[in-house]
Design a protein. Structure first.
Length: 586
């Protein structure tokens, strides 16, 4: 039976773990799917916002300067390059969405596309038109050199201010090609702080200052050193050059604001890099806001190509802005939900632990009840066997009528045994009621002193036969809320035990205050090793201590159960001259 209960408990625990785990997985999957749908919408919205911003910027510049697609200059192409280099500033994309753009002229020829660039807008003396000096790094630097620059860019996005590096690029004025890139490692000094300016500080840094910090403090450069440098080998050293300064920015690396790994993913994504040089036919279809191209099955996370018109003027044919994006909405949703996953998992563990603990307590309670019922049945059978055997023996003697003059003696013994059985059955019925969940106790205010005195009268004959002296010492009344009938049974058992286990001419002392009542007799003490068993069902201890022929160990068990139901506790201990029982509030 016990093994079956254990197997049942383990099976239930396994079922609870599996059930809660499945509930957790399903709920988290559904929640993630809902968040993923939001990211799908956000990513598509990002493309439209990005396209609208690029269209407006290009068209505003083109209309103000009178651009024509057939007369596109190198400077105008560099302006388009500059706009595409800032493609991430036109939308709210995150590290799970990569975007590239390309601009085609009305005849399907690629003009510019998203690349790693360096440059700035230049306005020289005597010139009315801005010169856009923007260079594709791949036209000048090797892949390894571009990666070196990217590392510097990544450190600048870490948010340190003033920036740890300043970048100076130089363009040669004859053909406006990129001549050199120099990265200086900078040492800053706060205005007013002690510290000397290095005599070797380059001239362009001597009057350089910035405001930084929460208080807007001013910082000056006190020292610098060249940390990285590239020289264009095709540019003659004597060629006149102009300086381009990029404070806080090495170059424009798409996706770098989300970390160098995001840029590397953008760099390695063939779909985002490989725009065709020529597209047959006109991409733009008049009258539509965008054209969705077919997705390439080679890129499972690609949303789509989107095509938008680019007008230079009302009478000029439209070019095409093509935006490409690769997105991972599931990864974005999972990253967004990570704290929900953790909180849900902890809540899952807590719920499983609570349910398993409650069920284990239930199974343990059932097991104890089963053992108690089994022990109870065995004890009843054992306790009833002796009086039944006595009754049977006396009845057989009466039947044989071998000794007629002992007839009354046999009958008295039979009656005595049946009374003993009746008392035992009565106590067992009381125990059964107390263990029943259907028992309803009456709630009354009970003065324990009056209750005890009432029970004393029931054993008055026994007290007189033993010539016992009963003494009360009441400091204050002990009042409880409970059922006077069952409380009377409990205190009757305690008083009767105090008398039955007492010596002749002994004493029963009853002490009381507002928190407890103790009943102490002058009988023989209980061995310490047996004290912990007193109150167990059918444990009667040493029968030689009692003047009664037989105790079944039910009285104190019944008393303890009654007191528990009234939120009272029972303590049994040896006193100086006997045994003391104390009833106190829990």
């Amino acid at each position: 039976m016990r093994n079956a209960k254990k197997r049942k408990g383990k099976a239930f625990t396994g079922a609870v773990i599996v059930g809660f785990t499945m509930l957790y997985l399903i709920s988290m999957l559904l929640s993630t799917w809902l968040v993923k749908r939001k990211y799908d919408e956000d990513y598509m919205r990002n493309l439209n916002v990005c396209a609208s911003s690029i269209q407006n910027i290009i068209q505003e510049e083109a209309r103000s300067q009178g651009w024509k697609w057939d007369e596109l200059t190198e400077n105008q192409t560099n302006y388009l390059k500059m706009v595409l280099s800032n493609i991430y500033s036109f939308n709210s994309a995150d590290q799970y969405q990569m975007i590239s753009g390309a601009i085609y002229n009305p005849y399907g020829k690629l003009e510019v596309k998203s690349q790693n660039v360096i440059g700035e807008t230049w306005l020289s003396d005597g010139e009315s038109e801005r010169r856009y000096l923007y260079y594709n790094l791949s036209d000048y630097l090797t892949d390894d050199q571009i990666k070196e620059l990217a590392k510097y860019q990544a450190t600048l996005y870490e948010g340190e201010w003033p920036v740890p590096y300043l970048v100076f690029a130089k363009a040669e004025q004859e053909h406006w090609g990129l001549a050199s890139i120099t990265i200086y490692k900078i040492e800053w000094k706060k205005e007013g702080e002690e510290g000397e300016i290095s005599p070797d500080l380059p001239e362009q840094f001597r009057n350089y200052s910035v405001s930084a910090g929460e208080d807007g403090s001013s910082y000056r450069i006190c020292d610098s050193e060249v940390d990285w440098k590239w020289e264009n080998p095709t540019v003659d050293s004597g060629t006149e050059r102009i300086n381009m300064e990029f404070m806080g920015k090495v170059a424009d690396f798409p996706g770098m604001q989300f970390g160098i790994r995001s840029w590397e993913r953008w760099q390695e994504d063939e779909y985002l890099q490989n725009f065709p040089e020529k597209i047959e036919g006109q991409l733009w279809m008049a009258g539509l806001n965008s054209v969705m191209l077919n997705m390439d099955a080679e890129y499972p996370f690609v949303l789509s190509d989107m095509v938008f018109p680019v007008y230079f003027s009302d009478d000029d044919p439209a070019g095409s802005l093509v935006l490409r994006t690769t997105a991972h909405p599931w990864l974005a949703a999972m990253d967004y939900m990570k704290m929900v996953y953790l909180g849900g998992f902890l809540f899952l563990i807590l719920c499983m632990a609570v349910v398993v603990r409650l069920m284990n307590k239930t199974y343990e309670k059932e097991r104890r009840l089963e053992e108690m019922r089994r022990d109870f049945t065995n004890a009843i059978a054992h306790e009833l066997k002796t009086p039944l055997s006595v009754i049977r023996g006396f009845a057989e003697n009466l039947k044989e009528n071998t000794v007629a003059e002992k007839r009354n003696y046999y009958l008295e013994k039979i009656v005595e045994q049946t009374e003993e059985m009746d008392q035992m059955v009565g106590k067992m019925c009381d125990i059964s009621k107390l263990d029943s969940e259907q028992l309803v106790l009456q709630k009354e205010t009970v003065d324990v002193l009056e209750l005890v005195k009432g029970q004393e009268k029931k054993i008055q004959e026994l007290i007189e036969n033993l010539n016992l002296d009963v003494e009360y010492r009441v400091r204050s009344p002990f009042v409880v809320e409970g059922d006077p009938y069952y409380l009377g049974k409990a205190f009757f058992n305690l008083l009767s035990n105090a008398a039955e286990y007492n010596r002749r001419d002994g004493m029963i002392e009853i002490l009381m205050d507002e928190e407890c009542i103790s009943i102490e007799n002058t009988g023989a003490s209980i061995p310490e090793e047996k004290l912990k068993f007193i109150g167990n069902m059918f444990y009667s201890g040493n029968q030689s201590r009692s003047r009664q022929a037989k105790h079944h160990g039910l009285g104190l068990y019944l008393t303890r159960r009654i007191l528990e139901l009234h939120h009272l506790d029972l303590r049994i201990e040896n006193a100086e001259d006997g045994v003391r029982v104390t009833v106190f509030r829990e």
